[in-house]
Structures are given as structure tokens and as C-alpha cells.
Design a protein around this ligand. Sequence first.
Ligand SMILES: [Fe+2]
Length: 91
Amino acid sequence: MDYSKIINKALGSVRPVFRLHWYHGAHGIAHWSRVWYHGRRIARAIDVNPAILAWFAYLHDSQRHNEYSDPLHGKRAVDFALQLRKEGTIT
Ligand SMILES: [Fe+2]
């Protein structure tokens, strides 16, 4: 299965709002790609739709305000994902 459409939609949504370094930050695109790599393995192991993990991989750090302690970044990412769902970006 090709998940590139999901990934492209996620990145297109995150890019305009992401506050940190896209390529060189600890929580940028390289990190998200690693999360997606491991997420696919988890999805196969526990029979979860990989699309869910693709969205998670590329959205979970999207609302970070810094690279360090940011305990509310997950809550903000949930709100962002819900907004994308409401707008029809996440289907
Ligand atoms: Fe992360």
C-alpha cells in the first residue's frame, strides 16, 4: 500500500504552522520518518491500519513550541488533528 498521499497531505498541513527546524531539528522530518518506519512495523505486528500511524508519525510533533520540554505539544497536536479531520483533510 502506498501511503505517500497521506504523508504529503500531512506535511502540507504541518509545513505552514511548524515552528522548529524542518530538516535539522530533533523533532523534524527525519524524526517523523523514523516514527513512520517503526509505526509501519507496529501496524503489521498488531494489525492496525497503517494510515493511522502515518498521520500520527507526521502530526505528533507538529505543534511543538521548542525542542525540549513542551508538555502540551501532544494536546495541541491532537487539537490540530481534530481540526484537520473537521476540515476534511483527514478522511
Ligand atoms: Fe516525536
